[in-house]
Design a binder for this molecule. Structure first.
Ligand code: HEM
Length: 106
């Protein structure tokens, strides 16, 4: 809850090749992320998620700050076989900031 959304907007540049947010957001390689904080995982009806993500979603995964931070730190460790091809964010500050930025789209 301590992240800086303005810094997070810059961090989100790393996500933009695959994810859009905002009014005209469309699914790209990854799903749109409007309203993602606090949402159930895998809930975008127009996006084809991996089995890995849908299994965790069926087990009740919700994108709390804690779960989102763990995912963004090491996506492939947190969710083996996810189709999100992203190494993760090394700095905890960047993670907190991008989470604060995402929360502005809720
Ligand atoms: C899934 C965030 C970078 C591709 C997701 C989800 C989140 C997320 C929260 C789950 C969405 C849901 O449950 O509806 C982010 C953030 C990024 C980032 C914050 C940057 C820090 C990327 C990049 C790519 C990518 C760079 C492409 C190279 C995907 C794909 C999925 C996904 C394909 C679906 C995963 C699956 O079904 O296993 N991302 N992402 N993401 N993301 Fe990212």
């Amino acid at each position: 809850a301590s992240g800086d959304p303005a810094s997070g907007e810059k961090v989100f540049r790393k996500c933009k090749a695959c994810h859009a947010v905002g009014e005209d957001a469309k699914n790209k390689v990854g799903p749109t992320l409007n309203g993602i904080m606090g949402a159930a995982a895998g809930a975008n009806p127009d996006f084809k998620y991996s089995d890995a993500l849908m299994t965790m979603a069926a087990d009740g995964l919700v994108w709390t700050e804690e779960e989102m931070a763990a995912f963004l730190k090491k996506p492939k460790e947190y969710m083996p076989k996810t189709k999100m091809s992203f190494a993760g964010l090394r700095k905890d500050d960047d993670i907190a900031d991008v989470i604060a930025y995402l929360a502005t789209f809720n």
